[in-house]
Every structure is written in C-alpha cells, then in structure tokens.
Ligand binder design. Structure first.
Ligand code: IPM
Ligand code: MG
Length: 361
C-alpha cells in the first residue's frame, strides 16, 4: 500500500473547521483507493503563539520537513495584531514558505457554472474563465532587506521594505510559468511594473530571455500590474497563465478569486524545486468574524487537498473525483453562506463537507 505523510496545520480562526472537512474527504479517498495517508497535526500561527509562545515551533517545522506534503488552514486574527512582526501568526506561513523553499504559488481560478450568479460581475463576463495565477512566493517585498520601522533623530518615523529579485529567482519562477503554460494554451502573461520599478524591469528582461532560450513554443506577453488589475474585471477571459512577483500576485489573486463569486472557493499549491514537499492551502484567510460559527466554506481547502493528491502524489484520478464531487454538490444547489443566493439551500461548513463526502462514497 502506498503511504504518504501529511503535516496538517489547521491554524487559527476558521482554519480548524475547514481543515476537519478536508481531512474527512481525504479519509474517504484513502479508503476507496487503497492508499495510506498518515496525518501529523500541530499548532501553527496564533494557536501556536498561545500554546508555545512562537508562531512556528521547530517541532512544527520538522513535521513539515519530514512530511510528503503540508496542508495549511489559515493563520492570524485580531488577538495577535499588536505583536511584533517577528511574532505574528503570519510569520508561521512566511517561514514555512521560506524554509521549505516553496517559491511558486499556483492559484487556479475557475468558474463553476452553478455559481455563475454568485459573482458580482455579469455572467457573460465571467462565463468560461479558467486561468492560473502563478505568484512568486519567497522573494520581493515580503522578504527583501532592509526592512523595518526606525525612529529618526527628529522623532519622526521611517518605514522601509525592499522589493528585490535576483536573476536566478526570476528564472526559476519563469520556468514554472512557461511549463504550466505549455500544458495549457501555450500562452504566458508576465505581470510587472517595469515602467517604474527596476526590480521588475529585470523581471521582464529575464522572463523574456528564458522564453526565447528555453520555451520558444510558448507565446509570451507582458502587462503592467495596474492594467492587469483593471483587465481582470473588464475582460477576465483574455487570461490563461499569469506569472508575477510576490506582492502583485497576492493582490491580483484575491481580485481574480472574486470572479468565482467567493474567495472561499480558491485552493492553492505552493511548490519548490522538489515537487513532493509542497504546501496546500486555501487562498483565503482565517476569517475571525465567522470563526467557530460553523459557517465557513470548506471548498477551497477541500480543493487544495485535491491539488495535493495531483501535484505531490501524482494521484490524478482521486484528485478529479474530489473536484467532481464538489461540482456535483454545487449543482445540487448546496451553498455555504458566502455563495448563497435565493433558490439555493444554505448549509453549514460541516454539512457542506458531509455532502461532498457522501458524493464521494
Ligand atoms: C495569502 C495571504 C498571506 C500572504 C498572508 C496571510 C501573510 O494573504 O496567502 O495570500 O500575504 O501571502
Ligand atoms: Mg493574500
């Protein structure tokens, strides 16, 4: 029997609720397909701060390192907002990305037909949207130095972050972009702000070179980030694979998520050069306002589990089964609060999870 170990970090807020449903789904899959999934749980983020005094313990990091894949719920919440940056729940996420070398974040944006009216955009604008946002994850403003807040001699303060990229960092994320495009429509869009920011001028130069030298079969185009954010709501169907730097990708992927009606629908995979040890998480946050109310949408996390089966374990059929089960449940009209509309049936987080599990059985 094939055996895979998974580090399960539910985290904060709605994290534990959505993770529970994803684990239930994976449990059905392992029984059905005769695979052995071994789950190791640990606290991360605010929950870890409360229990151990740090957002990511060495123990949790070791679990992540020793596992075949990591599943993460969400981290953060108002309770920990006043803390130093180094002690905030979000550091757990950033440290995991950095320590595991997960430099590429894949965020697929696909419109579910059943949810076409859940979006704030017109159905004809979003019908058929199917794109992949690839976000660089371990560079740029998030990690660049110098950084910090200092008090100047005159008593005023100065805050600094640095947008920095080296050519090898750009090359490796560009390759992920081109390879992804090769498996799809052979079109790659690189998003930058090369008219203003030197770091992204280099980005454009390097992406162009990699395209010319290694992927002449893929059609490469470029767009400035401000224009891209506008085009995403104007005519999202023009996009297929987008590759962009960390902060631009953070922002554009939230925007792209809303095309689907809810940020509660979008899964993600964070991968490194070693395919296996990747991390899977919904793109949404910990939603403290609805935490503990059994209201969250577990679909993004469940679809992240499907991405894990596909990308880390090469279990394509089980991954498709999960995606089909989600589709089927949506087609039956079951909706969590975030995607609810008149004429559909409002269900809780656990009910949504149970319905998907039932579909799989
Ligand atoms: C995301 C989140 C994180 C990020 C936060 C929680 C640190 O917004 O995964 O998109 O900014 O990367
Ligand atoms: Mg984000």
């Amino acid at each position: 029997m094939k055996r895979y170990s998974i580090a399960v970090f539910a985290g904060d807020g709605i994290g534990p609720e959505i993770m529970m449903e994803a684990v239930n789904v994976l449990d059905v899959i392992q029984k059905k397909h005769g695979i052995n999934l071994f789950f190791v749980e640990e606290l991360v983020g605010g929950a870890s701060i409360d229990e151990y005094g740090a957002p990511l313990t060495d123990r949790a990091l070791d679990f992540a390192r020793q596992s075949d894949a990591v599943m993460l719920g969400a981290v953060g919440g108002p309770k920990w907002e006043g803390l130093d940056y180094a002690m905030r729940p979000e550091r757990a996420l950033l440290a995991l990305r950095k320590e595991l070398g997960l430099f590429a974040n894949l965020r697929p944006v696909k419109i579910h037909k059943a949810l076409i009216n859940a979006s704030t955009l017109k159905p004809e604008v979003i019908d058929g949207v199917d794109m992949m946002v690839i976000r660089e994850l371990t560079g740029g403003l998030y990690f660049g130095a110098p950084r910090g807040i200092e008090t100047l001699k005159d008593g005023t303060e100065r805050g600094v972050n640095t947008l920095v990229y080296t050519s090898p960092e750009i090359e490796r994320i560009a390759r992920v972009g081109f390879e992804t495009a090769r498996k799809r429509r052979k079109k790659l869009l690189s998003v930058d702000k090369a008219n203003v920011l030197e770091a992204t001028e280099l980005w454009r130069k390097v992406v162009t070179r990699i395209g010319k030298d290694e992927f002449p079969d893929v059609e490469l185009s470029h767009m400035y980030v401000d224009n891209c954010s506008m085009q995403l709501v104007r005519n999202p169907k023009q996009f297929d694979v987008i590759v962009t730097e960390n902060t631009f990708g953070d922002i554009l992927s939230d925007e792209a998520a809303m095309l689907t009606g809810s940020i509660g629908m979008l899964p993600s995979a964070s991968i490194g050069s070693e395919k296996r040890r990747a991390m899977y998480e919904p793109i949404h946050g910990s939603a403290p306002d609805i935490a503990g109310k059994n209201m969250a949408n577990p679909i993004a996390t469940i679809l992240s589990a499907a991405m894990m089966l596909r990308y880390s374990f090469d279990l394509i059929a089980p991954a498709q089964e999960i995606e089909k089960a989600v589709e089927a449940v949506l087609n039956k009209g079951l909706r969590t609060a975030d995607i609810f509309e008149a004429g559909t049936q409002k269900v809780s987080c656990t009910e949504m999870g149970a319905a998907i599990v039932k579909e799989l059985r």
